[in-house]
Design a protein around this ligand. Sequence first.
Ligand code: CA
Length: 222
Amino acid sequence: MKVLIIEDEKDLVRVLKRGLEENSFTVETAYDGEEGLYLAENFPYDAIVLDLMLPGIQGFQILERLRQSKKDVPVIVLTAKGDVEERVKGLNLGADDYMVKPFNFSELIARLRAVLRRHKGSSSSSIEIADLKIDMNSNTVYRGGKEIKLTAKEYKILEYLALNRGKVISRTELLEHIYDINSDPDSNVIDVYINYLRKKLDKGFEKKLIHTVRGAGYILKE
Ligand code: CA
């Protein structure tokens, strides 16, 4: 899952980025409204954490522009303490949730996961496909009741496929949602990770769950 943080308090951004990355998110950041809007309009994010008071373009304007251009990416706005009006305005403009500063990081993670799940049409924090179970709160994976240890990258790919279960996902889409803008991964890197995942998840099981769709990508299904 790739998250864009638009926030001008650099210390806060640093803490959020590190914490989110430790929780298997890929993170990109913008310190002002202009850059934030540019990134949000031009790159695919799974969610945006948006501060309202920004230099340049304000958070409200970013939200408004995104909703006008029919970008339905989930947005959590960060508001100042006690500012009920701001909060209401944010929700009216199409924010999915809000956090009041200063906030607790684990609450942000929980709310972020909740808006992501709602957005993907699921209410549960775990996904089950046949005897595969993915617990998105703890980032743990089980097959046939046994825990399977995955690396961070393997987990991210599996989680993305699972949230989009039954849909063919192209290599490009996987790359876009797993790597940040500054990394330049080899185009075959996804195939390499899919191979690792197959060895860990499908090998030795009669029912294969990861399928290749020639010329299109990968699909996770029974
Ligand atoms: Ca600010």
